[in-house]
Structure formats: structure tokens, C-alpha cells
Design a protein around this ligand. Sequence first.
Ligand code: SF4
Ligand code: SF4
Length: 383
Amino acid sequence: MKDPAHRWQWHALDAAVGAVTADCTECGLCVKHCAFLQRHGTPRAMAAHADSGHENGLIVAYECSLCGLCHAVCPFGVNPAQFFLEQRREAVLRGVGPLAAHRPLLAYERKGTSRRYSLYALPEGCTTVFFPGCTFAGTRAEAVLAMHDLLRRSLPRVGIVLDCCTKPSHDLGRQAYFLAMFGEMKDFLVNQGVRTVLVACPNCYKVFQSYGSPLQVRTIYERLTEEALPRQDLLRGTVTLHDPCVLRHEPAVQDAVRSLVHHVGLQVMEMPNSRERTLCCGEGGGVGVVAPELARQWSVERARQAEKDPVVTSCAGCAAQLRRFMPTVHVVDLLLDGQRALAGKARVSRSPFTYWKRLRLKATLKRRFSSARLRERTFQPKP
Ligand code: SF4
Ligand code: SF4
């Protein structure tokens, strides 16, 4: 049953249904690219069945990766991904979402925002912070310190924030929780005089870009193209690039990553689906725990398109997912020690050691920032 207290959400879902119904001609272009739509029908057909009362219909939306490829290929500008996100939000308001299978993902997020794992270190006069994000910090704690060292050369007062942007909650439809958690973080940073956030994770980028105003967000990859990078012997060979789907509309970031790959001496072979038409790696939208076969199809298609070249990406989550199907390295691994990275020996931690690495990283940063303003996050929204 619809709860009258959530009238605003009905409007959002109704508007999304209306937009799909009005503009989708069922041309099938997006369906051709997406196994989820092949399983459930065209966006218009799904919108026609999206009406009230059917909670099972809402739960189906948890099989969509929210990758946005459908929107990118649609000649009529329809945005089915927004419709599926609104369905997830409606599922949460009706108490049927997120699903039991999402608990580990939410536990991961909760740890990231906890007092134990979070750290805000803001030196006097700090207006820019480095925000590595949970997965990059856990898998590459040494790289976080190395990137912070690099940034400090030109930004001596750069601070650092270890926290979670809460995109898992956002993507699972927990919009009220997400807005409260992200809003508290943003307000704190703004009140402390921070103006710019440099992120390593494309998902954090998307969150800050969409909800972080007046904070400005940039990726460290764009910033690194302006820095004097560590010297290493030039590498030889060709790699291919996986553009994270959340960055499909960000040509400046895509160019920066390509420029960093060229900087270490490598050639880039573009995949058939790149840049604006890039594919999900298989990790998007938490689909892996609900419909693993759909998530796997994205990864397998990526491996097919990569042919035999190693894949380079700027997302630690994509790198972890894709490396199960093909040799995959993070662009930061390439910059720090390209030979090791291409040989599959980059310093990358795996779960459960990632948690221990994050605690060690936090301890190191507390020493590094001993004279800075420090905070650990204790905020929890009211139920
Ligand atoms: S967002 Fe991605 S997974 Fe979802 S319907 Fe569109 S193309 Fe398919
Ligand atoms: S590409 Fe656009 S018009 Fe064609 S089926 Fe998909 S949403 Fe509908």
C-alpha cells in the first residue's frame, strides 16, 4: 500500500513512469545492449506494469545496474535508469527494499561511515581535501599516502577525509538516509572552509557532483595531469581502457586517464563500447548479489571487447570486479610502478585485509596530521 506520508515519492515515480511511457517508442535499441531489459521487456512495457500495488514489480528494479547505457543510446532521450532508481526508492518506502541480499553491502557502507574507520584531517587554512573513498583506501592504502604526498607538493595544506559517500544507500533507494548522511558530511566540510574535494573513486565523484554543491569536485586524475609525476622507465605495449559507467558523461576525466596512460609510455586501444557508451563492469547497482548471472554478463562482455590487452581503469571497484575475468590494473598502480602492475603484482589488498589496511592508514594519517583539526564521524540520522 502507498503510505500518504510519502506522497512526494509517488510524484517522482509517477513522473518517471510518465516520461518513459510518453517518449519510449519501443525501438529496442537499449534492449539490444542490456540483458536485464532482454529478460524483462522494453522500458515502456516495464513502465506499463509499474503501477501501484505490485511490490514484486518494484523489486525487479534491483536487477538493473543503473549504468545509464540505455539513456546514452536512446535516440529519444528516455532515461530508464532513473525510472528503475525511482522504483527502488518506492520499494524502500513500502518496506520491501533493500533486500536481505544487500545486507553485506550496507554493512560495508556502515563501517565506512563509522567512528572507527572515518577520519577528517584538516590542516590550518585547508580549502581542498583528498577523498580516496572506501574501496580505493582499502585496496590501496599505500597508494593513498603516495597520492597525498604528490598532492602536497602543489597544495601544501591539502587535507584528507576517510569516509564513505554512502552511494550504496543512494543506489539501493535509501534516499532519506543517504541525504542525511551525505548532507552532514557536506555541511561539516563547508563549515570548515573546504571548497574543493579531490576524489579517487568515480562513484564518490558522481555523488559529490550531484549532491555536493557548493563544494567543487574534481578527480585526482585530472589533478595529476598537472603535477610532476614520479619518474619510471617508459613502458611498452598496448592496453585498453574501461571507462567506469558513472563517468560516461565526463570527457575531461576520460581524457585525463588516457593522458596518464600515455605518460607511462603505453598505447591505448579503445574498446567498441568506450567513453559515453561504456559498459557496466558488472558491479553496478548491487546487482551481483541479486542477479549474479546478469552482473556476470556485463563482465564477460567487457572481457570479450578487451580481446587480449590488459585493461586499465580509474575505479578500484571496477578493477576488483574485472580482474576476475581479465588482467586489470588501476591507473594509479601504473603510475606508481607500471612494470609491477602490468605483471599483475601491484600492491593490492583483498578482503578481509582491506579493513585492517584502512585502520592502519587512518593511524598513519593521524600521525601525519598531528597538528591538524581531526574528527571521526559519530553522526547517525534519526530513524
Ligand atoms: S541502466 Fe544499464 S542495466 Fe539498467 S536498464 Fe539501463 S542499460 Fe540496462
Ligand atoms: S532506446 Fe529509448 S525509445 Fe528505444 S526502447 Fe530504449 S528507451 Fe525506448
